[in-house]
Write a protein that binds this ligand. Structure first.
Ligand SMILES: Cc1cc2nc3c(=O)[nH]c(=O)nc-3n(C[C@H](O)[C@H](O)[C@H](O)COP(=O)(O)O)c2cc1C
Length: 277
């Protein structure tokens, strides 16, 4: 059974729930801005992502409030001073980040409210958070309003001018280590997720060659009651099916699929294929 929703006949709140509960996990832009008077603002936005490296573009969206169609101070600020710093928060900062999202009056500095330390940026006026593992100093190239009513987004299109990365999150090759970084993501309702040893896994890129695809898997494998869809995806990722062994296996289908599943779950695709032939 599937429940389907016609977006022309559901409420904005329902749409919001489906989008924020469904488009997950979302990264969080923790954005500092400044207005013409020099008043600093800091707020989190999970309608956020990266959209290219050349030019290096990040986009976040402060929405119009559903309850009264008002706009966020962050949006007003980037319209006055078209610069911001987008920080990526880690788990250690999550309670302070949540605190900073409170509806404080205009002009209130959430660095102070949430207990973060301001340090001067290099290329832009808004200060950055000392405690953040990553900070991207950005100029705002463009703001695209997606609508005029409550719930509408405002795409703040930012170009990165300067990045700051804490050495504490780098591996021995100078690359960002996801475990050391410990980033957080937003899901629906009050849910967040964290990257740690348990949640992190690797999937090899099928870049060296395209895989044979599901359409070339033998029926006996496709219809397996033991191999999962992920296991089939691994088997379909090989360049070609290995040639059949001269000593065909004496195992039952159940036995060979069970052994292949074990090998696949441990990443040994080649041996799994040999077991299945
Ligand atoms: C994790 C998190 C993610 C959020 N994402 C968004 C978002 O994408 N868009 C939005 O308009 N508000 C979002 N909010 C709510 C804003 O942070 C909140 O309205 C904030 O008070 C806006 O501050 P400002 O008016 O000072 O700019 C989020 C809040 C949290 C805690």
């Amino acid at each position: 059974m599937v429940t389907s929703y016609d977006f022309s006949s559901i409420s904005i709140r329902q749409k919001f729930g489906l989008i924020t509960g469904g488009v997950t996990p979302r990264p969080i832009a923790f954005v500092s801005t400044i207005n013409k008077k020099g008043q600093v603002n800091l707020s989190p936005f999970s309608f956020f992502n990266a959209f290219g490296a050349n030019p290096p573009i990040l986009v976040f969206s402060p929405s119009r409030r559903v309850r009264d169609n008002t706009v966020k101070h962050t949006l007003e600020n980037v319209k006055e001073v078209s610069e911001c710093v987008i920080h990526i928060a880690n788990y250690e900062m999550v309670e302070q980040l949540s605190l900073s999202s409170g509806d404080y009056a205009k002009g209130v500095n959430e660095f102070v409210k949430a207990g973060f330390t301001e340090i001067s940026s290099i290329a832009v006026k808004p200060p950055r958070i000392k405690q953040a593992p990553i900070a991207f100093e950005c100029k705002v190239n463009n703001i695209v309003e997606t609508g005029k009513e409550g719930g509408a987004g405002n795409l703040v299109i930012c170009e990165i001018l300067h990045a700051h990365v804490s050495n504490d999150i780098l591996d021995s090759d100078g690359k960002i280590d996801p475990i050391k970084m410990n980033p957080i993501a937003r899901l629906g309702a009050n849910y967040y997720a964290q990257i740690n040893e348990k949640s992190l896994f690797e999937v090899a890129k099928p870049l060296a060659h395209p895989g044979i695809g599901f359409d070339n898997l033998p029926n006996s494998i496709l219809q397996s009651k033991i191999l999962t869809a992920n296991n089939l995806g691994q088997l379909a990722s090989v360049k070609e099916i290995p040639t059949k062994s001269l000593n065909p296996s004496t195992k039952s289908i159940e036995e060979s699929h069970t052994l292949a599943k074990h090998l696949l779950d441990n990443g040994d695709i080649e041996k799994a294929w040999i077991t299945l032939l």
